[in-house]
Design a protein around this ligand. Structure first.
Ligand SMILES: *Cc1c(COP(=O)(O)O)cnc(C)c1O
Length: 448
């Protein structure tokens, strides 16, 4: 959409006026439906998630050997859930609002191999592609012990093929490291926001890193073009891939199991609120889909985006999805939250999930830095800026009585609520980079 009539858009959606001014906004979705009504629009169901889950189980013996850091979880890439009650009291004091219920953190930031949520979808799609190639060539059967994929024969087999992807950093890390390990020739097309250390790490793994001075959409487009000209090259399409989406969705049943182990109940008297940082949408969209299938209507998913990159909110609010970019309304898509620096949302995810998401809010870079500093100070947990976008969620919800009323969550239920902030990345940030992030905080005076 090129010549966007901003005046008309603002008349139809007054919220856009605040978004253009880069104000923090929130929008709780009046068009939300039950899971039953919304699920058909996704076009995928629990069988598809089970299929992905089974595939990851087949690869587990391979993963244990290829990445010994996954041995503790028997070759399954999964993260811990921890309670962050000190952070909860700090948030309550600073924002002068009570957060009723428990505050938990899902540490995808510390997932093995690539230290971000992309270790779910990105790695899954590479494995699915590798399996498909090997089965088609008659060198692998579903019942085999997949650790045989570690042999030189298989590395040689996969080296005939290549993989390409466009990324702001973390997806490239997951796909690059996984593809190179299997033996694929892999190119990662990195947008201008991508951190230097991520590029260096990938090069050290033998990945071909192509750098752009433009943003994510350009990097993706270049990757797509490279793949089109080469029939042996597979392009991983972060904007449209159902495979990536399903890799993320497996998180739902896994979280349910973790909650069972922790004796955390989710039902209509014990609601679950989950706060997910959103870039193009595949990660949070896939996770939200998995959560809805696992927990039904008692899980409420809220997406968080930078004030400079509110692409999913813009797409769903206007119903224009991928036909509009934040740049069309004069927003620059420049943010320190590099994992979220996406100007145009996935049309597939927006259309699939718009009925199943409770709400959206935006957050400034400065607030992400402040929350980053605070979490480190009171919990000793270090994340990258993007991963803090979700941390404001419990405050946004606590302050929105109208929304809570509409979804019939009264005080009695709210005291039993679980608030889960999805920490999407940061576990592999080098110390010097982390020091730079910490130095940007402005809130130090609050608790010293
Ligand atoms: C990629 C990413 C996200 C968002 O995932 P999308 O699939 O782009 O929406 C959030 N946080 C971090 C750290 C990421 O790398």
């Amino acid at each position: 959409m090129n010549n966007v009539d901003i005046e008309k858009l603002i008349a139809d959606f007054p919220l856009i006026k605040k978004m253009v001014k880069l104000k923090e906004v929130n929008w709780f979705n009046p068009n939300i439906t039950s899971l039953q009504e919304g699920l058909p629009y996704v076009g995928l169901d629990n069988n598809d998630i089970q299929d992905a889950s089974d595939r990851l189980a087949r690869f587990a013996p391979y993963m244990v050997k290829a990445f010994p850091e996954t041995a503790a979880t028997k070759g399954i890439i999964e993260s811990e859930v921890v309670e962050i009650s000190a952070m909860k009291s700090q948030l309550e004091q600073q924002y002068e609002v009570e957060i009723k219920g428990k505050l938990l953190l899902k540490k995808d930031s510390h997932l093995p191999i690539s230290g971000s949520i992309k270790a779910r979808g990105g790695i899954y799609e590479v494995l699915a592609h590798a399996e498909q190639l090997a089965i088609k060539a008659g060198v692998l059967e579903l019942s085999d012990d997949y650790s045989k994929l570690l042999t030189e024969e298989f590395k040689c087999f996969f080296s005939q093929y290549s993989i390409a992807v466009g990324s702001t950093g973390n997806l490239g890390m997951s796909i690059g490291i996984m593809s190179a390990k299997l033996g694929f020739s892999v190119s990662v097309h990195m947008s201008a926001d991508a951190r230097q250390w991520k590029k260096e790490k990938l090069r050290a793994h033998g990945v071909n890193v192509v750098e752009y001075s433009e943003d994510y959409s350009v990097a993706v487009e270049q990757g797509r073009q490279e793949a089109e000209s080469d029939p042996k090259c597979f392009f991983i399409d972060d904007e449209n891939s159902q495979t990536l989406f399903l890799g993320y969705a497996v998180a739902g049943e896994r979280l349910k199991q973790q909650f069972d182990d922790m004796h955390i109940v989710v039902d209509s008297d014990n609601p679950l609120f989950v706060y997910l940082p959103c870039g193009v949408g595949g990660g949070p969209g896939g996770v939200a889909f998995g959560l809805k299938v696992a927990f039904g209507d008692d899980v409420h998913c809220v997406f968080a985006e930078p004030t400079h990159s509110p692409c999913m909110l813009l797409g769903i609010l206007t119903g224009l999805h991928d036909a509009i970019a934040v740049q069309d309304i004069g927003i620059d898509n420049i943010t320190a939250a590099d994992g979220l620096a996406v100007g145009r949302a996935s049309g597939f995810v927006g259309r699939a999930m718009e009925r199943l998401l409770d709400g959206f809010y935006t957050i400034t870079d400065q607030r992400m830095y402040d929350l980053l500093w605070l979490l480190n100070k009171v919990e000793g947990i270090q994340l990258e800026p993007s991963a803090l976008a979700g941390m404001l969620g419990p405050i946004v919800v606590a302050n929105n009585g109208e929304y809570l009323n509409r979804i019939a969550v009264n005080n009695e239920k709210l005291v039993n609520a679980t608030h889960l902030v999805w920490a999407t990345g940061g576990g592999m940030v080098p110390t010097v980079e982390m020091e730079k992030y910490l130095s940007k905080a402005s809130c130090k005076l609050f608790i010293d």
